[in-house]
Design a protein around this ligand. Sequence first.
Ligand SMILES: [Zn+2]
Ligand SMILES: [Zn+2]
Length: 100
Amino acid sequence: MKIRNLLILGIGVFFSASILFAAVNTMYNWECTKCFTVVQKDGSPNTGSCPAKGGHSWSKLGKVGNNQYQCRKCGMSVASDMTPNYLKCPNGGTHSWSKL
Ligand SMILES: [Zn+2]
Ligand SMILES: [Zn+2]
């Protein structure tokens, strides 16, 4: 009986852990506000080396999703869950997102 309870507890812990793991693995769009490269990653990307000087400076655009957004000013397009953040646009000011 005791072993059976332990087994059930074990399975419960395993499932809770996999749910947590799935939540941690949410993908985000990241934009370097220096060279304007966009990457998709679950956590903050490595600084690496930025063509604009030094290391990349990543800012979060938002969750990756099935909607396509394009900036009317620079033409950058992002697959996003909802309207991406209005980060710095290479054509001046902030991006001007419109849903495609
Ligand atoms: Zn960069
Ligand atoms: Zn833009």
